[in-house]
Design a protein around this ligand. Structure first.
Ligand SMILES: [Zn+2]
Length: 417
C-alpha cells in the first residue's frame, strides 16, 4: 500500500516538475522562480545593504543612504534612505518585528522606484523628503553571533523572531514587553514625550511636566529601568528620525503570516493613533498635548482614507480596521502623540505562495498612494477624516474594543501591530 502511494506521488511530482519546466522562463534573475519567487527576494542583512547601495548608486543623487545613530546590540548599523529634497517629510518604516519579512521588500521596491527618473518620482522628490527604514529590526531577522551562527535565545530558539536581541534578563521581574533571555518588542518602546526622546515609554511619569523625563515607580520593576531610560536602540533610531525630520506622515508596515488565506487573498488592516487616554493625562502638564495628538490623529485618518481608496482597486486586498491597543509606546501611538499622521498597515497572508507577492504589492501601492497624494497636497485636505471609520470597518464586524478579530493566539500582545 505504502509503495503504491509512493509511486503515485512520484508520478505526480514528475508531472508537476514537467509542467513547471515548461512554464518557467529560461533565465531566473533572482534565484528560484515560480510561486516561490517572493521568498528569493527576502534579503540577508548584507543583501539588504547591497540592494540599497545599488538603488542609491543608480539614482544619480536623488537618494542617499545613511545609518541611524544607534547600532543594534550585535553591532549592526541600521540603514535608512532619504529620497527627495521637498519641504514636507514622510517617514516609512518596516520590519520592526524581525519575523515579518515581506514588508521590507515593499520598502526596498519603494526606494528603487522613488529614486528612478520617472516624472511621477520627480514630482514626489520635489515636494517631499521621504525617509525609508526598510528593516528596523536587523538582529531579529538574521542576526548572528560573533562566530557567524544564527542568534539563539535562552530557550534555544533561533532567529527570525519578533523581538530585538538583548538577552540580559532571565529572572523575574522582567522588563515590560520583553521575552526572557531574548529581547524587547521594539514596537512597545517608542518614546512619546516631545522633550524626552530617551524615555522608557512604559514607565513615564506623566505628572512632572514636559521637561522632566523621570520614570515612575521603578523600584518594583527591576534595577535595569532606573538608570537606562529607553533600553531599545532600534526604537531610539526611529524616534531620532522623527525628531530630525518631523514627518507629517509616519507609516509603520507589519506582516503576519497565516495559512488560512495562503495563496488566495491578503487581509490588510490599518489604524490611526488611539492613545487618547495618554494624551489627556499628558495635557495636565503639557497644555499642547491634546491638540497635538488630535492633529496627528486627524491626519492619520486622512492617510487611512487614502489607503482605503487605493486598495479598493485590488480585489485580493481586503482592508479592515486593526483592533490595536492604546499603549503609548506603540509607534502608531507614539508618533501620533508627537503630532504626526501615524498609521499602522498590517498585512496578512502566507509568504510562500502567491500571497507573498501580493503582500509586497499592497505595501508598495499603499505607500506610493500616500506619497502621491502628499506631494499634491501635504495636508491631504481632500480626504475627509470622517470617512476613515466608514471605509475601513472592523474585521468580522467586531469593534476594536472587542479585540478578538485579529489576535494572534500564540502572541497575544501583538495587538497594536
Ligand atoms: Zn508586527
Amino acid at each position: 500500500m505504502r509503495k503504491v502511494v509512493r509511486i503515485a506521488a512520484i508520478g505526480a511530482a514528475t508531472a508537476l516538475l514537467a509542467g513547471l519546466g515548461w512554464a518557467q522562463p529560461s533565465t531566473i534573475p533572482n534565484g528560484p522562480s515560480g510561486e516561490n519567487s517572493s521568498l528569493a527576494s527576502l534579503r540577508s542583512y548584507d543583501q539588504l545593504l547591497k540592494a540599497l547601495e545599488s538603488a542609491v548608486h543608480t539614482s544619480g543623487g536623488a537618494a542617499t543612504l545613511h545609518y541611524a545613530p544607534y547600532t543594534s546590540n550585535t553591532g549592526r548599523k541600521v540603514p535608512y534612505v532619504v529620497i527627495g529634497k521637498g519641504p514636507t517629510a514622510a517617514l516609512i518604516i518596516a520590519q520592526q518585528h524581525g519575523d515579518e519579512m515581506e514588508t521590507s521588500d515593499s520598502a526596498v521596491n519603494l526606494v528603487r522606484d522613488l529614486a528612478n527618473n520617472s516624472q511621477a518620482s520627480q514630482v514626489i522628490r520635489n515636494s517631499l523628503t521621504v525617509v525609508v527604514v526598510p528593516r528596523v529590526n536587523v538582529d531579529g531577522f538574521d542576526g548572528e553571533k560573533p562566530d557567524g551562527t544564527p542568534l539563539t535565545d535562552a530557550s534555544g530558539n533561533t532567529v527570525p523572531w519578533r523581538q530585538n536581541y538583548d538577552p540580559r534578563f532571565t529572572v523575574n521581574p522582567l522588563p515590560a514587553f520583553y521575552t526572557r533571555g531574548r529581547g524587547y518588542d521594539i514596537n512597545r518602546y517608542h518614546a512619546f514625550r516631545p522633550e524626552c526622546p530617551f524615555d522608557n515609554p512604559n514607565y513615564p511619569n506623566l505628572t512632572t511636566g514636559v521637561t522632566s523625563c523621570e520614570t515612575k515607580d521603578i523600584d518594583s520593576k527591576g534595577p535595569y529601568l532606573v538608570s537606562e531610560g529607553n533600553p531599545v536602540p532600534e526604537a531610539k533610531n526611529v524616534r531620532w528620525l522623527n525628531d530630525q525630520y518631523k514627518p507629517v506622515m509616519a507609516l509603520d508596515m507589519h506582516h503576519q503570516g497565516t495559512r488560512v488565506h495562503d495563496g488566495q487573498m491578503v487581509t490588510a488592516s490599518t489604524l490611526y493613533p488611539t492613545a487618547v487616554d495618554t494624551a489627556v493625562r499628558l495635557q495636565a502638564v503639557d497644555p499642547t498635548a491634546l491638540a497635538r495628538f488630535n492633529a496627528g490623529q486627524t491626519m492619520a485618518k486622512r492617510v487611512v482614507v487614502v489607503i482605503a481608496q487605493k486598495l479598493a482597486q485590488y480585489p485580493y486586498a481586503n482592508l479592515s480596521r486593526y483592533p490595536g491597543g492604546t499603549e503609548p509606546g506603540i509607534s502608531r501611538n507614539a508618533y501620533g502623540l508627537l503630532g504626526s499622521g501615524s498609521v499602522l498597515l498590517e498585512l496578512r497572508g502566507g509568504i510562500a505562495t502567491k500571497s507573498g507577492g501580493y503582500i509586497q504589492k499592497i505595501g508598495y501601492h499603499a505607500s506610493m498612494a500616500i506619497l502621491d497624494e502628499l506631494a499634491k497636497d501635504p495636508t491631504l485636505g481632500g480626504f475627509s477624516p470622517d470617512l476613515a471609520d466608514v471605509l475601513v470597518v472592523p474585521a468580522n464586524g467586531v469593534p476594536p474594543s472587542g479585540g478578538q478579530g485579529e489576535t494572534e493566539e500564540d502572541d497575544p500582545d501583538h495587538l497594536g501591530g
